[in-house]
Design a protein around this ligand. Structure first.
Ligand SMILES: [Zn+2]
Length: 379
């Protein structure tokens, strides 16, 4: 996150807790609580947003960085009042707004809607889901019925199944797992004596308790407009391309590409750090990333983490994927069981890059299980 000064500036999490949370938050450390008197009740205020250092705009829950005229990056770190978990992007066009990704719960999705209402008077007309994962699409239900929710056919297919019982959600996102994090923060509070650290922990505890409550209200809401390969919106003075570049992080990743602005929002197909592969196609993903690399780009907005301005990081991801896949394929080919493969797999040169996987053996297990499945003919 070192390239994104706002994240550093507003990061109050101590290194140990940041590590703990990063392991549960898809490599995104939590951020501090907003000032209590800054809070705005949902839908009540359309006052302009506060301008903070560096020129970004701030609501009670979100920070918006304008990365091109009318194009705003909303980092997952937000203000720390609500657990957002994933990045979003907001595109303000002549007469409407297009939002990319809806965060992780109805609560966080609503907080995005409320913050956008303070960013502009224009109505939200479109919501794009980059993929089906809970942390990008479980805020969908908060968007009103007249908003078109656009995603890949595969995203709709997966969200129509019972996404609350599938392995990625069960192991990483479920209320049971998140409650464990609440308990860990509480435990730390029992022994923490430093006043400043206590304040931070109390803020994080409030955020996470609110998050666990919100998880109980999730009603998965699939896209109602779908695409398979490409859709282009020529709306409101701007061209917005929705591109499926091939299978990768899931079977239906869509990137949102603004050709004039040379900006792409990649969801979890690409961000700084090792991609999560528990529902992925590690074998096909390097080629898909090659097609991403071919776009004319100045700024890459990943589904998590900081803005990326250096395409070379795509090559790092490709190398990692090829290495990971070939090693698992070799273990499988040598007749190793899943347990044996997990024990023997050696990826230590990527320990820093793959901190999320290293810190979460359950994630590594999901990924290798998935790769074994692919090698045995799963789709
Ligand atoms: Zn994902």
């Amino acid at each position: 996150m070192q390239k994104y000064s706002l994240m550093q500036k507003y990061s109050l999490a101590g290194p140990k807790l940041a590590t703990l949370l990063a392991s549960l938050f898809w490599a995104c450390a939590p951020q501090p609580q907003s000032d209590a008197d800054d809070a705005v009740a949902p839908g009540e205020s359309h006052e302009p947003l506060e301008t903070i250092d560096g020129g970004a705009l701030r609501s009670a829950t979100h920070v918006f960085e304008e990365i091109a005229p009318g194009v705003y990056f909303a980092p997952s770190t937000g203000t720390g009042a609500v657990n957002l978990t994933s990045n979003a992007m907001v595109i303000v066009n002549d007469d409407h707004v297009l939002v990319v990704d809806s965060h992780i719960t109805a609560d966080s999705g609503q907080s995005l809607i409320d913050s956008v209402a303070r960013l502009t008077d224009k109505p939200v007309r479109y919501l794009v889901n980059t993929h089906f994962h809970f942390d990008h699409a479980h805020g969908n239900q908060s968007f009103s019925a007249d908003v078109d929710i656009i995603g890949h056919e595969y995203t709709r297919f997966r969200m129509q199944r019972n996404v609350l019982e599938e392995s990625t959600y069960s192991v990483i996102g479920s209320p049971q797992v998140q409650q464990q994090l609440v308990d860990q923060i509480r435990q730390r509070l029992e022994t923490e004596e430093d006043a400043e650290a206590r304040t931070r922990l109390e803020g994080q505890l409030a955020m996470m308790e609110r998050h666990v409550r919100a998880l109980g209200q999730v009603v998965p809401t699939p896209p109602n407009v779908t695409l398979t390969d490409k859709m282009t919106l020529h709306r409101g003075g701007r061209e917005v391309q929705l591109l499926h570049l091939g299978r990768g992080h899931t079977g239906g990743d869509v990137v949102v590409y603004l050709p004039a602005e040379k900006i792409v929002f990649t969801g979890d197909l690409f961000y700084a750090g090792a991609p999560y592969l528990g529902d992925g196609y590690a074998n096909e993903m390097p080629d898909t990333l090659e097609r991403l690399k071919a776009l004319d780009l100045d700024i890459i907005v990943g589904g998590h983490g900081p803005l990326i301005r250096d395409k070379a990081q795509i090559e790092t991801a490709q190398e990692y994927l090829r290495t990971y896949w070939s090693r698992v394929e070799a273990l499988h080919g040598a007749g190793r069981s899943l347990e044996e493969a997990l024990a023997e797999l050696e990826m230590s040169e990527y320990d820093q890059y793959a901190a999320f996987q290293v810190g979460n053996p359950a994630v590594r297990r999901l990924e290798v299980t998935r790769m074994f499945g692919l090698l045995e003919g799963a789709d």
